[in-house]
Design a protein around this ligand. Structure first.
Ligand SMILES: Cc1cc2nc3c(=O)[nH]c(=O)nc-3n(C[C@H](O)[C@H](O)[C@H](O)COP(=O)(O)OP(=O)(O)OC[C@H]3O[C@@H](n4cnc5c(N)ncnc54)[C@H](O)[C@@H]3O)c2cc1C
Length: 426
């Protein structure tokens, strides 16, 4: 195992659209403060700035340090959960609203990319949800029924058709979600951040917020050196929340997901291996994913953390799996390996907590946050400007809690490690 490459995030190595920002040098007063520089926070800041608000975004590390700079880059519509389940859990009216706002999520992302001319390796050949077993195929058939009843562009591919798209025979079939696509996730985020700055937003990196206080009907947002007074605050820190004790801090079960990337493959291999460049993931309980980047690297991901002592088990499994999927790669080594933390919620739904006047916290995308984060961020901006709840995809609650999140997170990691320690490649 080449330990040296752990922590080498491909997206950081290949992202363009660098964003340079200054430190805050004095106390300030603005209309809105956004905390967290991922899709949610940046999309919110962009919308607010375009609508003429003075908005200041504070990011503890750098734009994309959280899930938005670490993910697989699959731009899918909806949530992980089937749309029927969403409607069952939220009720017909609220569920239909959330489903239909998120069904248009990929279109919203692709429009942003076009509008702001973001160079982010966009592919629009769809994504493939692949059946790892007969039970997985049955689940895909049910999803097909639900998606088609909502007019999503989707086809069920046979085993042979799936093999043709992927260049490996191991899947029983796949759902081809034709509205979806892939991006270089960090490049997309940085492009959005550049657009936000052009629209007038102030972004400050390496500036953790340490306190949020309500004083004399104004919010005071504190960093280690300065205080920013504001009318409204959006907390968009999700699974990477840090340094800040606040009642509306995200509550979630941490689920780790790692990715490995090869060097760019030769042209002859690229003609066989995912030639149309769809992003893929599967129906297995310990899920895995597969995609290419623009340079022709193959990127394989699965549940698990590379940081823990069990990291080498996940890494070795990825190597075995790649060999099984594509023997023609001849034991190719990985050049990048990194992981990220997913904010998994009990009900697999995102949550909005309203923790005071004009103050909301948004979190819990449960592994599908590229399009949803962009949609929720923009919707939060509209809500803050208008006070109209209709803009929000879900109704805010006053408080939210879950129990045993750390234990559940450890259980998922243990399960993934036990599974990756076996000889199975699913
Ligand atoms: C490995 C992985 C793979 C995934 N794959 C996909 C995928 O293929 N498709 C998909 O749709 N979704 C995917 N997701 C989910 C998606 O990436 C996330 O849901 C999304 O990025 C969340 O965005 P966010 O803006 O809410 O939070 P984040 O991107 O996590 O941003 C939160 C930011 O807040 C900052 N912050 C924290 N505390 C403070 C503070 N006190 N002060 C200031 N700033 C602070 C953090 O530094 C961080 O940058 C994946 C996630 C992971 C981890």
């Amino acid at each position: 195992m080449s330990l040296g490459i752990i922590g080498s995030n491909l997206w950081h190595a290949t992202s363009k659209n660098l964003l340079k920002t200054n430190r805050i040098n004095k106390d300030k007063s603005v209309d809105v403060v956004v905390i967290g520089g991922g899709y949610t926070g940046v999309s919110c800041a962009l919308r607010l700035a375009e609508k003429g608000s003075s908005v200041l975004l504070l990011e503890a590390e750098h734009i994309g340090d959280g899930g938005s700079g670490r993910n697989v880059g699959l731009v899918n519509s909806g949530l992980w959960m089937e749309p029927d389940k969403v409607e069952k859990m939220l009720g017909k009216v609220a569920g239909t609203k959330l489903n239909s706002m998120l069904a248009r999520g990929p279109e919203f992302v692709f429009t942003n990319i076009e509008k702001y001319k973001i160079d982010c390796e966009l592919t629009q050949t769809g994504t493939l949800h692949c059946a790892h077993s007969n039970a997985g195929l049955e689940n895909l058939k049910e999803r097909l029924r639900q998606y088609q009843s909502r007019d999503l562009k989707v086809d069920l591919l046979s085993q042979a058709e799936t093999e043709h798209k992927l260049g490996t025979p191991i899947y029983k079939g796949a759902l081809h979600l034709r509205d979806a696509g892939t991006i270089q996730p960090l490049a997309y985020l940085r492009g959005l951040a550049c657009a936000a700055v052009s629209a007038g937003a102030s972004i400050h990196q390496r500036t953790p917020v340490t306190a949020i206080e309500r004083i004399n009907e104004t919010w005071e947002i504190k960093t280690s050196e300065h205080i920013i007074k504001t009318e409204a605050v959006i907390l968009a820190t999700n699974a990477y929340h840090k340094s800040l004790l606040v009642s509306a801090a995200p509550i979630y079960t941490p689920l780790h997901y790692f990715q490995t990337a090869t060097k760019p493959l030769e042209e002859s291999l690229l003609k066989k291996i995912i030639p149309e460049q769809q992003g893929c993931w599967d129906t297995a309980m310990i899920m895995s994913s597969l995609r290419r980047d623009q340079a022709g690297r193959l990127i394989l991901g699965a549940v698990g953390s590379l940081d823990l002592p069990s990291g080498h088990i996940h890494y070795n499994w990825a190597q075995r799996r790649l060999n099984k999927l594509y023997p023609c790669l001849n034991d190719i080594e990985f050049e990048h390996a990194w992981h990220g933390r997913i904010a998994y919620s009990n009900d697999h739904l995102p949550h909005i907590v309203e923790f005071g006047p004009n103050a909301i916290s948004i979190f819990g995308y449960s592994g599908r946050g590229i399009a949803p984060g962009t949609v929720f961020g923009s919707a939060a901006a509209e809500y803050i400007l208008s006070g109209d709840l209709a803009f929000l995809p879900i109704t805010p609650v006053k408080s939210y809690t879950e129990k045993f999140t750390r234990i559940k997170g450890a259980f998922y990691e243990f399960g993934a490690t036990a599974f990756h320690g076996t000889t199975s490649i699913f």
